[in-house]
Design a protein around this ligand. Structure first.
Ligand SMILES: Cc1cc2nc3c(=O)[nH]c(=O)nc-3n(C[C@H](O)[C@H](O)[C@H](O)COP(=O)(O)O)c2cc1C
Length: 258
């Protein structure tokens, strides 16, 4: 389906592509790069690094973009963004997230790294079915707690206070992230959350909704999930109704230097 094509006229045999190839799938022969095509994961590094623009990956729908300099975030600004971010649990109920911003958030997920470049993460954008999915989740969750399941030990006495907006907190948008590889899906989720926040939105990673979506057959049917699929995480996204005045505590670092 995909292929790597090297233009030997343009190639100067510098070896940058060979040295950056995770699959050891490029050799230099007679001062020219040669693609072997044995183990390639189509990560695109050879195309991205080539100073002569001599390498093309074929079969992808998107196009690569040229740039002169990698964009690096200002460390102080980035640390301040990390410190002052909070999980949002109260959203404005009258303000929809514009589609252009939803598209940007999804694009931030698509561009995240994935193990073996497998890109198996997929996304369910919940808007129209949001309320219906929340209703099913609330009912399922109340039943679980009623049965004394250990699913949410800290909430077991709260069965009766679990309100109809328990999962989505009044937000009008949630993105369910599905992927077998938890690390890859979580990295996509973090990219997406950061992009949402860069657009003035607040984000809640809903472990509870993800849990219910993995357990409840009815919820799974509503989400049109395949039997083999697993929700890695769910981002609840909306305009925050609250502003925070100070940072939150964290436990000390646990670091082993060796
Ligand atoms: C994987 C994950 C699942 C979470 N699930 C929920 C949830 O279901 N409901 C909720 O209110 N907060 C949830 N949170 C938010 C955490 O409670 C929150 O990150 C933590 O208390 C620290 O607060 P902060 O994000 O404002 O720094 C979740 C966070 C993560 C990372």
């Amino acid at each position: 389906m995909y292929n790597v094509v090297i233009d030997s006229e343009k190639c100067i045999g510098c070896g940058l592509c060979k040295n950056d190839c995770v699959a050891y799938d490029i050799d230099i022969e007679n001062k020219k790069a040669v693609y072997k095509g044995n183990n390639c994961i189509f990560c695109g590094h050879c195309e991205a690094i080539c100073p002569q623009n001599a390498i093309k990956l074929e079969g992808f729908e998107d196009t690569v973009e040229d740039f002169d300099k990698q964009v690096i975030l200002d460390p102080k600004e980035y640390m301040d963004a990390i410190k002052t971010r909070r999980t949002i649990r109260q959203f404005k109920q009258d303000k929809e997230v514009p589609q252009e911003i939803v598209d940007m958030i999804l694009e931030a997920g698509r561009l995240a790294p994935t193990g073996s470049n497998a890109q198996r993460t997929r996304y369910i954008v919940l808007r129209d079915k949001l309320d219906a999915c929340e209703k099913v989740a609330v009912k399922y969750f109340r039943n679980l707690l009623g049965l004394g399941m250990i699913f949410a030990p800290k909430l077991k006495d709260l069965r009766n206070v679990i309100d109809p907006k328990f999962f989505f907190k009044g937000a009008k948008l949630a993105i369910v992230i599905i992927g077998k590889d938890q690390v890859s899906a979580s990295l996509a989720a973090q990219n997406m959350a950061t992009m949402a926040e860069a657009n003035g939105l607040g984000v809640l990673f809903s472990g509870y909704f993800s849990g219910v979506s993995n357990l409840s057959p009815k919820e799974r049917r509503m989400l049109k999930m395949k039997l083999s699929e697993k929700v890695a995480t769910t981002l609840v996204i909306g305009y925050p109704k609250v502003k925070y005045k100070r940072t939150a505590h964290r436990k000390p670092l646990k670091v082993t230097n060796m």
